[in-house]
Design a protein around this ligand. Structure first.
Ligand SMILES: [Zn+2]
Length: 347
């Protein structure tokens, strides 16, 4: 996935800083600080008690896997913290999340909210199994009255698409539809300015055309019109794309983080997770049951540690982190982690 960066873009890649909010035995939740954007994304809304106010205030978008309480009860904590701030919070989740947010907001009285300086707005988007979306907004200005917005159809489950990052989702079976998410950084095309100078070439609009040619996968022989720093002497109007690519271009691939919780070990789920998480730098995945209790895990539509490790291996991720451990194993966290890693590294 490539995009055309703007001319001023620095060669420094964006930086994701993902961290689980809680101990693996407590509510699941992943906080991803987008360091250079001074904001953060949150995956799942369980207990947020361990997130500092400063961290909560950085959250711009929240992605909820499903509406079991341990994944959504933190909505109130976030609402409490953000109230009175001038901001719009994006909330994304499976079918039913618009109603769920509406009910949460309706549980309180808002007759005095007009006196607040900042206006907090929630913009909620839900995705069904076939990628159809519905959205609704709830603005503090209207005492959080629901305003339905347009419906849409996603391609590839892309819920959030910005110039530098995107978040995609797929629907898994957990006895109910639950979403799994992947956060991807777009690849960067950068120009080596020192090499450009060394070749006697000038910075100019032609660089944008060159980057566009890169995005289109141009043929190495295609001529690219160039600008020279010093136009004197016999210099060609164009240079071959392949030569420029070799001399002045640097591509850095984007990072990828996958977040998968609460799903049964079914062929369909495995296939969907593998497709979504393929090659991820880190896969955060539930693995809360020991394999000896696989019957209990299956009855609750959850993965065992070994199943999580197997999925990570199939998806060829670089790093595996398991969490969302069942409280029945308190004191056996290391064993759960080891079963997953063994399956990940085997074969
Ligand atoms: Zn659940």
């Amino acid at each position: 996935m490539l995009r055309a960066p703007n001319e001023n873009e620095k060669a420094v890649p964006r930086h994701f800083d993902p961290a689980l909010i809680n101990d693996p035995f407590d509510d699941p939740g992943l906080y991803v600080d987008l360091v250079f954007e001074k904001r953060a994304l949150l995956f799942d809304l369980g207990d947020l008690g361990r997130l500092s106010p400063r961290k909560m205030l950085r959250i711009s978008d929240v992605f909820v896997t499903h509406l079991h309480m341990d994944h959504f009860a933190g909505f109130d904590q976030l609402l409490r913290r953000l109230l009175g701030r001038e901001m719009t919070l994006g909330v994304y989740g499976p079918r039913g999340i618009i109603d769920a947010v509406e009910h949460k907001l309706r549980a309180y009285s808002w007759n005095l909210i007009g006196g607040y300086d900042g206006n907090l707005t929630f913009r909620v988007t839900e995705m069904d199994e076939s990628g159809r979306t519905s959205s609704a907004s709830f603005s503090g200005r209207t005492q959080f009255a629901r305003r339905d917005e347009e419906k849409g159809q996603l391609s590839e489950g892309t819920l959030l698409k910005e110039s530098g990052i995107q978040v995609r989702a797929t629907t898994l079976d957990h006895g109910l539809p639950a979403l799994a998410f992947v956060l991807e950084e777009r690849a960067h095309i950068n120009i080596w300015r020192n090499r450009l100078n060394a070749m006697g070439l000038a910075v100019g609009p032609w660089l944008r055309k060159f980057k566009e040619a890169t995005l289109k996968g141009a043929d190495d022989q295609s001529p690219i019109n160039v600008a020279w720093a010093n136009a004197e002497g016999a210099k060609p109007d164009s240079l071959p794309f392949g030569l420029l690519k070799k001399e002045i271009m640097k591509t850095s691939s984007g990072r990828k983080i996958a977040y998968v919780v609460d799903c049964a070990y079914t062929e369909r789920n495995i296939e969907r997770i593998v497709k979504l998480a393929e090659g991820a730098d880190t896969l955060f995945i539930e693995g809360g049951f020991l394999e000896c209790d696989s019957v209990a895990a299956a009855a609750r539509r959850h993965l065992t540690a070994r199943q999580a490790g197997t999925i990570a291996r199939l998806a060829r991720v670089k790093r595996l982190v398991t969490f969302h451990y069942s409280p029945r194993y308190k004191g056996q966290g290391a064993e759960l982690a080891r079963e997953a890693q063994d399956a990940f590294l085997s074969g």
